[in-house]
Design a protein around this ligand. Structure first.
Ligand code: HEM
Length: 269
């Protein structure tokens, strides 16, 4: 239940990028206003339920008695697909969290995974780092991986609510199960639209749009820092790669110069 609720909120937050990078950045600021409590919320409310559900799910899938080749009923196929999508969702979530969040945020570990282009999302440069991380590795590997993984998550949640209701005795009669099935199809369809919007907003923009998003984010950063909405946490901001940063300021891109000026402004030391 916490994972399902998280997924609906998470996909809706990500879909807000369809509106504008400002809307998305505001939503990410709100999440990150939890400050030092955030790792506790993530581990208690998301990662531990995810590990629990994942370990239990693998055990359930291993003990499944699949007989779809003998009995080609729709509900029998749904039983099999619940297990296939669960396995794909588990693999997807492991790499998705590694790709953007990184799982853990401590020095030596980050030094190993960052050069591999993992932990690529920077919450104070939300839209630009999200778009750039989707453009890694030729720009098609992650979009394809996300599309498959995310649609498996949507199926797994929508169909899983229906099967959970049967297990818990909420819909027992064939008529009640049929009604609940319709509700789960509508829920799955709506969540698919939200998920595809989130996906499109992250994969459609290219490097030029990411550079524009970054300028907007840097302006928002300064304004929000000054008004006390956020605190100065450099690790949550995008940093130019070391090779570029060491080039003389005049030779840098206007974007890099603007960002350097920004960070000098915000840090009087
Ligand atoms: C296009 C689809 C998606 C996009 C653009 C997306 C984006 C993101 C981003 C930017 C983060 C990093 C947040 C941070 O570090 O502050 C993240 C983390 C995460 N995502 Fe997704 N996500 C997508 C789909 C999904 C789906 C389908 C699930 C399934 C439940 C999911 C579960 C998670 C989890 C568990 C985390 C780690 C929790 C956290 O960072 O607080 N994501 N996602």
């Amino acid at each position: 239940m916490p994972l399902g609720l998280y997924m609906v909120i998470h996909l809706t937050t990500n879909a807000s990028l369809m509106n504008s990078p400002e809307t998305f950045q505001r939503a990410v600021y709100m999440i990150h206003s939890a400050g030092k409590a955030l790792p506790l919320i993530e581990w208690g409310g998301i990662f531990i339920p995810l590990l629990f559900h994942g370990i239990l799910g693998v055990w359930i899938a291993k003990n499944a008695k699949l007989n779809t080749s003998h009995y080609r009923f729709a509900s029998n196929r749904r039983y099999a697909w619940q297990r296939y999508t669960g396995i794909v969702a588990l693999v997807y979530l492991f790499f998705h969290i590694l790709h953007l969040h990184g799982w853990f945020h401590f020095g030596p570990y980050l030094e190993v995974i960052r050069p591999l282009q993992f932990a690529a999302f920077k919450p104070y440069n939300a839209a630009s780092t999200l778009v750039e991380s989707m453009n890694q590795w030729g720009g098609f590997v992650w979009p394809a991986f996300y599309l498959v993984g995310m649609m498996c998550c949507v199926y797994h949640l929508a169909n899983g609510l229906w099967t959970a209701g049967i297990t818990w005795g909420l819909w027992i009669t064939p008529a009640a199960q049929k009604r609940a099935s319709k509700v789960s199809v509508v829920f799955g369809a709506v969540l698919s639209v939200i998920a595809l919007s989130a996906w499109w907003a992250a994969v459609a923009p290219g490097p030029e749009e990411a550079a524009q998003y970054r300028e907007i984010e840097n302006r928002m950063y300064d304004a929000n820092l000054e008004s006390g909405v956020i605190s100065d946490m450099p690790e949550k901001r995008y940093e130019e790669p070391a090779a570029e940063a060491s080039v003389a300021p005049d030779a840098q891109s206007p974007r890099a110069n603007a960002q350097k000026a920004d960070s000098n402004d915000s840090n009087p030391l």
